[in-house]
Design a protein around this ligand. Structure first.
Ligand code: PMP
Length: 410
């Protein structure tokens, strides 16, 4: 007899897009610009921190469940100036990647009857966690207009009602590369106060913003600290996504609720990695020019990668929507014709154009990129289906290989 499962997991569906597209990339042994992680070897500074952490016996043991004290101290020292207040130890908590911060926030704050507003397209974890929490998911499309992703104020405003509990604000944004402006964040903050909602500020790409744009934490705006949970990812910051460490900070009233979920979940993250990351954060804080910080070093690589890929895609008749920050660029394939489009298989497939193109590129050219349509939480007419998401936060070798492949497109 089959063992029944909890009703709530029915809605979570079959394998995630990451598993399906990751398998496709691996099967083709492809150059992978699909997944959003830097693939360089461990940075020498991080290696030193890890070795020194390993030499300290306490790092083999459980540490404080809310976060290793040394890491919490460094989080406080790093982010207090950015949010314009002295963050207290009760206002920060360590998570197993930002993924866990998202999950805890949904578990702790939303339930059946609540609504959660998220800009569309989006990182898919928000939708899944919202479904699991039993709340209603309300995607609000960002409009692509003259090469920018625009928050349409009327549309956004009209998506609120008395059930709206939370707004997810991801800046710099995955997948579009949008960096929300001060004016947009002020507008969001005004509505969050009017409707008394929580902001989940996913800022995992905060260190990677292009010249001419500025990252602003919504938590730093007047009156927002008590209603904002800000999420960060050591994996994205330092190219160690496999370490699975992140952190959240915000008003003590909010962080205390996350800790209640932590107590029924993992009860803390890896001590040794937290110790090493505390050292790495301290190095960045104390880094004095001409010594280059890790962020400067990685940003220089990303900007060079971006420039190379932009040129290659543009020459291949696939213009790039300019990214303002983050790890991703969006490539327009509306006008591109590949030879594989003539195949009967391509012609007869009912999948969206971007999915067929991304599959064609990985199967024929061994280059993995992702269809933008996979990132939409809604099937409305605002869903774009002829764009690809390309990760430029990769090693220069991977990007050079990708450029070679793009130049060979027929
Ligand atoms: N938020 C966003 C916007 C992301 O893109 C990702 C990872 N792709 C995460 C959160 C999860 O981060 P982590 O790897 O630290 O769990």
């Amino acid at each position: 007899m089959e063992i029944g499962h909890a009703d709530k997991i029915s809605e979570l569906g079959a394998p995630s897009m990451w598993i399906e597209w990751g398998d496709l990339a691996r099967k083709n042994n492809s150059c992978n610009l699909g997944s959003g992680f830097p693939n360089f070897p461990l940075h020498p500074d991080l290696r030193e921190e890890l070795v020194s952490a390993a030499e300290n016996p306490v790092t083999c043991w459980y540490t404080r469940a809310q976060g290793h004290p040394k890491l919490i101290e460094e989080i406080i020292a790093t982010y207090s100036p950015l949010v314009g207040r002295e963050i207290q130890p009760t206002e920060a908590i360590v998570t197993i990647g930002a993924y866990q911060g998202i999950f805890w926030s949904f578990e702790a704050f939303v339930q059946a009857g609540d609504e959660v507003i998220v800009f569309d397209p989006m990182f898919d974890a928000y939708r899944l966690d919202c479904v699991l929490a039993g709340a209603k998911f309300v995607p609000v499309a960002l409009k692509l207009e003259s090469g920018s992703w625009v928050l349409e104020e009327e549309l956004f405003k009209n998506s609120f009602n008395c059930n709206t509990k939370m707004i997810v604000v991801n800046t710099p944004h995955n997948p579009t590369g949008k960096v929300f402006t001060r004016k947009e964040l002020e507008f969001i903050s005004k509505l969050s106060k009017e409707y008394n909602c929580l902001i989940l500020a996913d800022e995992v790409y905060d260190r990677y913003v292009f010249d001419g744009h500025e990252h602003l934490s919504i938590a730093s705006l007047p009156g927002m600290w008590e209603r904002t949970i800000t999420l960060c990812s050591a994996g994205k910051m330092f190219g160690v996504t496999g370490w699975r460490v992140g952190w959240a900070f915000g008003g003590a009233n909010l962080i205390e609720k996350l800790f209640r979920i932590c107590k029924c979940d993992t009860f803390g993250a890896s001590t040794i990695l937290q110790e090493a990351l505390a050292g790495m954060l301290q190095r960045q804080r104390l880094c004095i020019p001409p010594k280059e910080s890790y962020f400067q070093w990685a940003s220089n690589i990303f900007v060079e990668n971006y420039t190379k890929l932009q040129k290659a895609f543009t020459n291949a008749n696939m213009p790039v929507i300019p990214a303002e920050g983050g790890f991703f660029m969006i490539v327009d394939c509306t006008k591109r014709r590949f030879k594989f489009q003539d195949s009967p298989e391509f012609q007869s497939s009912v999948e969206t154009f971007d999915i067929k193109i991304a599959k064609g590129i990985v199967n024929k050219y061994k280059l993995s990129v992702l269809p933008l349509s996979l990132f939409y939480g809604s099937d409305s007419k605002s869903k774009l289906t002829s764009y690809l998401r390309v990760c430029f936060a990769k090693s220069p070798e991977s990007v050079d290989k990708a450029v070679e492949i793009i130049e060979s497109f027929e």
